[in-house]
Design a protein around this ligand. Structure first.
Ligand SMILES: [Zn+2]
Length: 359
C-alpha cells in the first residue's frame, strides 16, 4: 500500500491543467508499459488500457487525469491519516486517487501474475474539469465495456452518486458599436443592453427543478470607450433533461429578444453538454457493487449531486455506470485532502470487484 501512496504523490506533483496533459499522460503510459498492459491513446489524449481476465465479461474503470486548477507551487503534506496541501492551492486528489489506484492495480496484476476474474478496461480521460471533454470525444466503439465504474466522487468508495443533472451551456455575444464616451450617441452600447437583459433573469432557482448561473461576463476593453461588444457564459442544470432544455431555450430567446429591442446583433449558442444521470439500481453492476461493499462491511450511501461527471456521458451513450467515492474531500479547493484509509479501501474494493485479490 506504500506504493499506492507513492504513485499518488508522483501524480500529485504534476502541475498541468487541460489541455496541457502531456506529463501526466506520459506517466500513465510509462506505468502501463512497465506493467505490460496494452493500451490505446486517442488524438485528444484519452487512454484506454485492456487487461484480459478469465471471463470475457468486461468491466470499465474510469478516472480523469486532469485537475481543476494550477498548483501555484503548493507543497503536499502527508500525515498519518491524510494527504493535504500547505493551503496554497488544491491537491488534485480529484481525480488522481483514481488514476493512482488503476495504475497500481495494473502493476500488481502484472507483478503477481494474477489474472483477474473480469476482463478490464482502464479508461483515463482528459479534460474532465473543462466540461467532460475527454469523455465526450472518446470513441466508445473502442471502449467495449458495457458497465463502467467511474471513480470520481468525494468520500469513501461506498459514497455513490444517485442522480446527476443534465447540463446546458448558453453563450451570448452582443455586437453593437464602439464610440468615444463624448460621442456616445454614435455608439451602440452592447454592455448596457447585455446587463439589462441579464438582470431580468433570475439566477439560482430559475424555474421548477432548474438552476441557472451566469458565470462569466465580459464587457468592452477600455474605460473610456462605449463598449461595442459584450458577452456572457451561462449554464443551466436539472435532473429533468426536458425541463432544462426548455429553460435553456427560453434564456436564449430572452437574450435574442432583448438584443432586437435595443439594436444590437446577437450571437447565441445553446449546447447540451451532458444528459442527466440516474443510477440503475436494477442493473447487475449495482448488485455486484453492493455485494462487494457488503463483503467489506460497507453499505452503499446514495446521494444526489448537481455536479456532472464523465459517467453522465457514458450513461447517455447507453452504458450502465456507477460513480463511486475516490477518497478525496473538498475538491477544487486549497482545503482538498485525501483520506489515506479510504484510499486504501478504494484499492481493496477494486481488487475485489475485478476479482483480482491475490490468493
Ligand atoms: Zn473529478
Amino acid at each position: 500500500m506504500q506504493r499506492l501512496i507513492k504513485t499518488f504523490l508522483d501524480l500529485a506533483e504534476i502541475d498541468e491543467v487541460h489541455p496541457d496533459e502531456f506529463k501526466v499522460l506520459t506517466y500513465v503510459e510509462q506505468r502501463l508499459k512497465a506493467a505490460k498492459v496494452a493500451y490505446t491513446r486517442d488524438k485528444m489524449g484519452n487512454i484506454v488500457a485492456r487487461i484480459k481476465g478469465s471471463s470475457p465479461d468486461v468491466l470499465g474503470l474510469c478516472g480523469h487525469v486532469d485537475i481543476a486548477a494550477p498548483l501555484l507551487g503548493r507543497k503536499v503534506v502527508v500525515t498519518d491519516k491524510e494527504i493535504q496541501t500547505d493551503g496554497v492551492a488544491l491537491l488534485g486528489g480529484d481525480d488522481k486517487t483514481a488514476v493512482a489506484a488503476l495504475l497500481e492495480l495494473a502493476t500488481e496484476l502484472h507483478e503477481r501474475k494474477v489474472t483477474p476474474a473480469k476482463s478490464l478496461e482502464l479508461i483515463f480521460t482528459v479534460g474532465e474539469e473543462a466540461g467532460l471533454l475527454g469523455a465526450k470525444s472518446l470513441d466508445l466503439t473502442k471502449a467495449k465495456a458495457k458497465r463502467i465504474l467511474v471513480l470520481d466522487w468525494f468520500g469513501p468508495v461506498n459514497n455513490i452518486v444517485s442522480d446527476s443533472p443534465a447540463y446546458f451551456k448558453v453563450d451570448v455575444s452582443y455586437k453593437g458599436k464602439d464610440a468615444h464616451p463624448a460621442l456616445w450617441q454614435q455608439g451602440i452600447n452592447a454592455g448596457a443592453v447585455l446587463m439589462k437583459a441579464a438582470s431580468q433573469l433570475h439566477q439560482g432557482d430559475y424555474a421548477k427543478d432548474v438552476i441557472f448561473n451566469i458565470g462569466v461576463v465580459r464587457i468592452g476593453h477600455a474605460r473610456n470607450k462605449v463598449p461595442g461588444h459584450a458577452s456572457l457564459q451561462a449554464e443551466l442544470r436539472s435532473y429533468n433533461t426536458a425541463a432544462v432544455r426548455k429553460a435553456a431555450e427560453a434564456v436564449g430567446a430572452h437574450f435574442r429578444k432583448a438584443a432586437k429591442a435595443d439594436g444590437v446583433k446577437p450571437l447565441i449558442t445553446i449546447e447540451e453538454n451532458s444528459g442527466s444521470y440516474r443510477i440503475n439500481k436494477a442493473g447487475s453492476l449495482y448488485r455486484e457493487v453492493a455485494e462487494v461493499l457488503g463483503s467489506m462491511d460497507l453499505e452503499s450511501k446514495l446521494e444526489s449531486t448537481y455536479g456532472c461527471f464523465d459517467g453522465n456521458i457514458f450513461a447517455t451513450r447507453g452504458r450502465d455506470v456507477i460513480n463511486l467515492g475516490a477518497a478525496y474531500y473538498n475538491p477544487h479547493s486549497p482545503d482538498e485532502k485525501v483520506n489515506i484509509a479510504e484510499f486504501i479501501q478504494l484499492y481493496d474494493f477494486l481488487r475485489r470487484i475485478t476479482g483480482s485479490k491475490p490468493k
